[in-house]
Structures are given as structure tokens and as C-alpha cells.
Design a protein. Structure first.
Length: 78
């Protein structure tokens, strides 16, 4: 079986970055159980709340570059 997985990986590695990302997402989704309806509803409400906070200006976002810099600063401070 390891050879089959290795061959699949080798073939997948030749895909475009976008196609590899799509394949990775599909593989991860295939491992997940069906979500419970209450959990899905709770996540939807949370997402809607966060979007409303951003759109109203109640919270301020920061760029990925800033997040990355802060994380690296924390790691380097250890």
C-alpha cells in the first residue's frame, strides 16, 4: 500500500498549486464526519457576527504580514 500512496503523492505533486490545494481540501473533508446541525448553526451565527463586526468597524483587521511578524517576534523571544 505504501507504494500506491507514494505513487499517488508523486502524481499529485505534479498538479498546479491550485489543484493541489483543492485536492488537499477534498481529502481532509473526506476524513471529517457529518457535522451536527446545531454545530453548523452555531458556526453560521458566529461567522455572521464576526462579519457584522468587521463591516460595522467594531473591530479592526490586521494584515497577514503583521500577524506573521508578531508570531515570529514571539517565537524569537522564547
Amino acid at each position: 500500500m505504501a507504494k500506491d500512496v507514494t505513487a499517488l503523492f508523486r502524481d499529485a505533486s505534479e498538479l498546479s498549486e491550485q489543484d493541489r490545494a483543492t485536492l488537499a481540501g477534498l481529502l481532509i473533508e473526506s476524513l471529517e464526519a457529518e457535522p451536527e446541525p446545531d454545530v453548523e448553526a452555531a458556526w453560521l451565527a458566529e461567522i455572521e457576527r464576526r462579519v457584522a463586526d468587521v463591516e460595522s468597524g467594531a473591530i479592526q483587521t490586521i494584515s497577514w504580514e503583521e500577524v506573521r511578524r508578531r508570531l515570529l517576534d514571539r517565537l524569537n523571544a522564547r
